[in-house]
Design a protein around this ligand. Sequence first.
Ligand code: 5GP
Length: 120
Amino acid sequence: AAAPSDSPTIFDKIINKQIPANIVYEDEQVLAFRDIAPQAPTHILIIPKLRDGLIGISTAEERHCEILGRLLYTAKLVAKQEGLKDGFRIVINDGPNGCQSVYHLHIHLLGGRQMNWPPG
Ligand code: 5GP
């Protein structure tokens, strides 16, 4: 597991279209694209275009409440777009114990198969 850092990440390059990504949703504030190493038939990452200190959910401040809500709502929109009518899972990994590897807040949207609980 990587140590938390406020340095630019690979997601900045995706946001700036410097490296390709399979983008499934985009607006002024939010970008959603397919995970390069999918853990389910549908595996999409939903991120704020402006990181603004959100290296993970643990660094959220009150000023982030609006974008945090927008990210969750985008997860719902993309789940519908992907046809995940039997359900799905959203996950936020945080820090080393949470297996976070990219320090730019992102929501994982996973679906298209039965998920397990507890996740382990
Ligand atoms: P984390 O482990 O931080 O919660 O999730 C980071 C996710 O980003 C991983 O699922 C990983 O596969 C994905 N990822 C890392 N680098 C890239 C990339 O360059 N492109 C895409 N599309 N996904 C990436």
